[in-house]
Design a protein around this ligand. Structure first.
Ligand code: NAP
Length: 305
């Protein structure tokens, strides 16, 4: 049971923050269109009929339309060749009505994902996966503007942390996980915000000891309740990126994170719940990235982050 004397973490409400961000993006779209610029356009590309990917793509297209953007939905059969997919991307790259191209991953095994990510125009790469954008983030100076697309989940995490803690300068952040999707870009964004960053992974020695030194722990590994309460320095901020589906009571499935929520809650200063923490930020940041790309295409300055 939680010790009543210990501080109780403030929950970081990603759902509410994402809703606010979506509203700001909607207002930004209206403002852009009022200047005479065309509606920002987001193209989604799905190869195959994976049910989860279909749901994701549909929700992205729907939200883009709700925020006043033009949404272009491309569904290709699972047997589409790499050459056919690259040809579609070339068409989307050349289309001035399209500011953002989202290729839903994973792709079928016969298509080389790296060829596809490389084919997307870096200016329209709203997922921030193109090697040019990866390189830009990897070499960004402290505090420099994010005037190129940045991966959505890491961008959302950095927004939540900035909002919760205000200044991140000088804080020690331990990032658990080094994927290109989450861990590495999160670490780069925290470095940009003047954190001292330790990147950890499956071969790291004494992970609990490293976490105990951290002011911020970001965990993105996909292992349920891996980070324990006694790994956390009192008052630290814990950002739980993990999404693990478990079978709970009565056979119902439930989502849990990579952090042991109930153990960490009485110790941490801030904590993201799962669901309702990082998750809702991803799609909101995709919309934000699309608006930013449309502003750049219209020759306007991007909204600062
Ligand atoms: P990933 O590509 O599988 O990478 C997992 C990382 O975790 C790897 O770097 C791995 O280390 C590290 N790791 C695995 N076991 C570890 C251990 N015991 N100790 C320390 N590090 C360990 O996963 P991902 O794509 O980054 O996703 C991670 C989690 O975040 C998943 O649950 C995913 O569903 C979730 N996610 C959520 C969102 C969202 O919108 N909320 C978005 C993306 C991902 P090695 O490199 O040494 O193998």
């Amino acid at each position: 049971m939680a010790d009543a004397k210990l501080p109780h973490a403030k929950l970081i409400d990603g759902k509410a923050f994402a809703l606010g961000l979506r509203q700001r993006v909607g207002a930004g779209v209206a403002e852009l269109v009022a200047t005479g610029a065309p509606k920002p356009g987001l193209a989604t590309v799905l190869v195959g009929a994976d049910p989860a990917s279909q749901v994701y793509v549909r929700s992205k297209g729907k939200l883009a339309a709700e925020l006043g953007m033009a949404s272009f939905d491309h569904r290709l059969p699972a047997e589409t060749t790499e050459a056919e997919l690259l040809a579609l991307i070339a068409t989307l790259n050349a289309d001035p009505a399209i500011n953002g191209i989202l290729v839903q991953l994973p792709l079928p095994r016969h298509i080389d994902t790296s060829h596809v990510l490389l084919a997307v125009d870096p200016a329209k790469d709203v997922d921030g996966f193109h090697p040019i954008n990866v390189g830009r983030l990897g070499s960004i100076a402290a505090g420099a503007p994010l005037d190129f697309p940045v991966p959505c989940t890491p961008l959302g995490i950095s927004m939540l942390l900035q909002d919760a803690l205000k200044s991140l300068s000088g804080l020690h952040a331990v990032v658990i996980g080094r994927s290109n999707l989450v861990g590495r870009p999160v670490a780069q964004l925290l470095l940009r915000a003047d954190c001292t960053v330790t990147i950890t992974h499956s071969r790291t020695r004494d992970l609990p000891g490293l976490c105990r030194q951290a002011d911020i722990v970001v965990v993105a590994i996909g292992k349920r309740e891996f980070v324990r309460g006694d790994w956390i320095k009192p008052g630290a901020a814990v950002i739980d990126v993990g999404i693990n589906r478990i079978v709970a009571a009565e056979g119902k499935t439930k989502l849990v994170g990579d952090a042991a929520f109930a153990e960490i809650l009485p110790v941490a200063g801030h904590l993201t719940p799962v669901p309702g923490g990082v998750g809702p930020m991803t799609v909101a940041c995709l919309m934000f990235n699309t608006l930013q790309a449309a502003r750049r295409a219209a020759g306007l300055k991007v909204v600062s982050v």
